[in-house]
Write a protein that binds this ligand. Structure first.
Ligand SMILES: [Cu+2]
Length: 461
């Protein structure tokens, strides 16, 4: 009797399933992942006359690679940490399983020096995204750890070329070496700006494009601080998507407001003549700056923007606004006496900011309480109130949300993962809680994030 039930257990469905699962895991790790990233320190020429030392990349010998995926197709990435400190990698904007989201202690343990971690996920949405560490985030991002990701639509929209542009600054002195990565005085205000503008780790790049061709420019602002407005001048250019989500109608590719973490897709019809240069211009109060130039090359391909297929909408569920529960979040100063705690993932040594009067204590094992708990499948309106005189790009992991209204300006009905909350602005955004887990919710000015303006929302499955 006893023997029989043991044999039943061993041969029964439970035993077979367990054996398969173990075999499956072993087999998948024996096989190569679809992508491999190696976090490493390196020296690299950013300024023309100097090699910048102590940069960090996702590749041992150059800028972070562009990762390309296909919408709805499962993929795997082996991350090997060859830094001499811990890290984790977050896939900004991806609505994937919580365990793959790359937030220390909330979703996984930090990947310590010399260790590896395999990420596996299926990107449900197409568009332009980016990836970065979520551990010692200011230092690691400031030294270079920001890369662009592309999720290709199932149906090719018909561009001749697809060109990701990783737009960011570095804080370098005249000798090309890093200067202090932040100033506490600035961290308590709008954040510390970099000194050198780059696109794909190059200062003032000139990129050649086939004359008369159709190019998809994928602007990704991966800077730690800068909120900026961009123009594409020259050529015929249309803004076709923001934060990975297609616009209902194309807009002129001017006055594109992008804060850290945000993206814009531009359809460019390259001019016919080699003399007609196209510029990517950052508009600044102290004078505009051309951050990249595009030079037409060769005989014209004679394409037309009208030949492009419209981008299909991503499969994001729209919230039921009539029955949505309202939840309020106040972004403000930190209460007196809060101090950050030391962490494997670093601290800036200060606490300046808070959400709902609570400053995030740091990336620690916890457990900590969520800022709010949502029920799977229900709709919510998040009322985001900025009581400070500074901008805060508010990013929610794992779930996309829709912009509803603001007390200061007319908002487009965008679906996004990062909303720029301007000074003293109150904005309503809405979402369907359709992805279970603990999802980081924080400002993407990294100095703000690392000095208190962070927390998480729980979706109970
Ligand atoms: Cu902020």
């Amino acid at each position: 009797m006893l023997d029989l039930s043991r044999r039943e257990f061993l041969l029964g469905s439970a035993g077979t399933a367990a054996a398969f699962a173990i075999g499956g895991v072993a087999a998948s790790h024996a096989a190569a992942a679809d992508h491999a990233l190696t976090l490493a320190s390196l020296d690299h020429r950013i300024m023309p006359d100097a090699i910048t030392k102590n940069m960090m990349s996702f590749s041992p010998d150059g800028p972070p690679p562009v990762l390309r995926f296909k919408q709805g197709q499962k993929t795997s990435i082996d991350v090997t940490n060859n830094l001499d400190e811990a890290s984790v990698v977050h896939w900004h904007g991806f609505r994937i399983a919580n365990a793959m989201d790359g937030v220390p202690y909330l979703t996984q343990y930090p990947i310590e020096a010399g260790q590896s971690f395999r990420y596996e996920f299926t990107p449900p949405d197409a568009g332009t995204y980016w990836y970065h560490p979520h551990c010692n985030t200011l230092e690691q991002m400031a030294r270079g750890l920001t890369g662009v990701m592309v999720v290709e639509e199932e149906e090719d929209p018909g561009f001749d070329r697809d060109l990701p542009l990783n737009i960011r600054d570095f804080r370098l002195g005249g000798d090309g070496q890093f200067i202090s990565l932040f100033k506490p005085r600035s961290a308590a205000r709008s954040g510390t700006l970099g000194t050198v503008s780059t696109v794909n780790w190059e200062m003032d790049p000139v990129l050649e494009l086939e004359a008369g061709s159709l190019v998809r420019l994928r602007l990704a602002v991966t800077d730690v601080t800068r909120v900026g407005t961009y123009d594409i001048t020259g050529g015929e250019a249309q803004l076709i998507a923001l934060d990975s989500n297609p616009l209902p109608e194309p807009l002129p590719a001017t006055d594109i407001l992008l804060s850290p973490g945000q993206r814009a897709d531009v359809a460019l019809r390259v001019p016919d003549s080699e003399e007609e240069i196209v510029n990517l211009v950052l508009k600044r109060s102290n004078g505009n700056r051309v951050v990249a130039r595009f030079r037409p090359k060769g005989p014209s391909a004679r394409r037309d923007l009208r030949e492009l297929k419209p981008l299909p909408q991503n499969p994001v569920m729209l919230p039921d606004l009539k029955n949505a529960e309202v939840m309020e979040f106040v972004f403000g100063w930190s209460p007196e006496g809060d101090a950050p705690q030391s962490s494997l993932c670093g601290t800036l040594g200060y606490t300046f900011w808070s959400i709902n009067r609570k400053a995030w204590p740091g990336d620690l094992p916890g457990p900590f309480d969520p800022l709010a708990t949502m029920k799977m499948g229900k709709s919510y309106i998040l009322r985001l109130r900025n009581e400070t005189p500074n901008d805060h790009p508010i990013h929610l992991h794992g779930v996309s949300f829709q912009l509803l209204r603001s007390n200061k300006r007319k908002l487009p009905p965008l679906i996004t993962d990062t909303a720029l909350l301007q000074k003293e602005e109150t904005m309503d955004v809405a979402l369907v809680a359709d992805n279970p887990g603990d999802w980081a919710f924080h400002c993407h000015v990294i100095e703000h994030q690392k000095t208190g303006l962070a927390g998480f929302l729980r979706i109970e499955g």
